[in-house]
Design a protein around this ligand. Structure first.
Ligand code: FES
Ligand SMILES: [Fe+2]
Length: 418
């Protein structure tokens, strides 16, 4: 990988799109400063070949006749880079929970593709997000999550405020043509919906417009937002905990597994199957969201322990976020792509207030949930190995149950083909 970087003074600030070498506008705290980067990568040279792979799936073929996307979608490194560009560096992406930035001066960090970010709540309660990269020599600025009064770079001590301003630049005596106002952290567009924190890596002119939460809801959830709200996907639940799993599979394998309409449940999750009425499964598709729902069975676990309640709702929000609302619980699954053959899945658990101190119930529920995750991880890693085998190229859809998966693949096609 070669990277050329040039700094000069122009009217419009640019930063390169990390994958395509295209120039994107990004706002700088000082409008007169400019950073122009041009990234040339080997993968760019193969862009047209990679784009051809997109058309190996035909979204117009009806599900009854359709074949699934080919294995190259799940294994090819340059396809993975194309996805970062077209899918993850565009639109709203969930990155965490408001629980992580509950109070002023709370922050958390993360990475999506090549983009390092820090999200924080400033002293006046405003949620902000920045590229987590020091403007001196590019060190990552903050790590993990927690509380701070400012961000001090661990490398040479440059210090930034929660508004991104460079408060202190150390040892700069003798440096000419340097204005601290030009070297604040680069901001990102951030929003919240219910308990979820979203970033948009694409939007330009960040300082000009405040994020309109109504638009976020419309862009992110479309017409499903009301249904999700009325089904209790809201911020009145208590946050319980987070569990993270690194899985040796493409991020879409995990999504596909989620989107098979309960097809695998009786075979792979016998414990879970006994708590659900699988013949009541229904699937509804919205613009970028699909909702699978299922009634709970009357056959409850011993001791009146009822984790699943009367109805379970499984909402998939394109491209990589799942909201599961069942009984008194809600858990969310964020599937973070780490490479063509690897992803991380972050589970956040929320619970109705009345049960938040019931340690036994929480522990049993988390154990049962963990069991299902482990079963899914085994399945997903097995599928990834199968996808890498020369024996397989494309598969078929079971039309009565796998509509949401087909919908997901069609949305991907639409995103990738543009
Ligand atoms: S890289 Fe941050 S202060 Fe030098
Ligand atoms: Fe599963």
């Amino acid at each position: 990988m070669q990277m050329q970087m040039a700094m000069n003074i122009q009217l419009t600030p640019f930063i390169s799109n990390p994958r395509q070498g295209q120039l994107l506008n990004l706002n700088f705290p000082n409008k007169h400063s400019t950073l122009t980067c041009c990234a040339i990568r080997n993968s760019d040279l193969k862009l047209s070949q990679t784009q051809r792979l997109v058309h190996h799936f035909n979204p117009k073929t009806p599900i009854e006749e359709a074949v699934t996307p080919p294995t190259s979608w799940y294994t090819h490194p340059s396809f993975f880079h194309l996805e970062l560009d077209r899918v993850f560096y565009r639109g709203w992406q969930v990155v965490g929970s408001t629980e992580q930035i509950k109070d002023p001066r709370d922050y958390f960090t993360g990475r999506l593709g090549d983009v390092e970010y820090v999200v924080c709540r400033d002293d006046s309660g405003i949620v902000r997000a920045f590229h987590n990269v020091c403007r001196h020599h590019a060190s990552l600025l903050a790590y993990g999550s927690g509380k701070k009064s400012c961000f001090v770079c661990p490398y040479h001590g440059w210090t930034y405020g929660f508004n991104g301003a460079l408060l202190k630049a150390t040892r700069i005596s003798g440096m000419r043509n340097f204005n601290v106002n030009d070297f604040g952290l680069l901001p990102m567009k951030v929003a919240t919906w219910g308990p979820f924190v979203l970033l948009n890596l694409e939007k330009e002119n960040l300082s000009k417009k405040e994020v309109d939460s109504h638009n976020v809801s419309k862009e992110w959830l479309g017409s499903s937002s009301e249904i999700l709200s009325t089904n209790g996907v809201d911020s009145s639940l208590s946050y319980v905990c987070r569990r993270e799993y690194t899985i040796e599979c493409n991020w879409k394998v995990f999504c596909d597994n989620y989107l098979d309409g309960g097809y695998h449940v009786p075979y792979a999750h016998k414990g879970l199957a006994s708590g659900l009425k699988l013949d009541s499964y229904s699937i509804t598709m919205f613009e970028r969201v699909s909702i699978q729902s299922c009634e709970g069975s009357s056959e409850k676990n011993k001791g009146n322990y009822d984790r699943l309640g009367r109805k379970a709702i499984y909402a998939f929000v394109y491209p990589n976020f799942m909201i599961n609302r069942y009984g008194p619980w809600m858990d969310t699954n964020l599937v973070v792509p780490l490479g063509p053959n690897k992803c991380q899945v972050i589970f956040d658990y929320y619970l109705e207030h009345s049960l938040k101190d019931d340690k036994d119930f929480i522990e049993k529920s988390l154990q049962d949930s963990e069991k299902v995750q482990i079963e899914d991880i085994v399945l997903c890693e097995g599928v990834q190995k199968g996808l890498q085998s020369p024996a397989y190229r494309v598969g078929r859809y079971a039309p009565t149950v796998e509509q949401a998966m087909h919908h997901f693949h069609c949305l991907l096609y639409e995103n990738l083909a543009k």
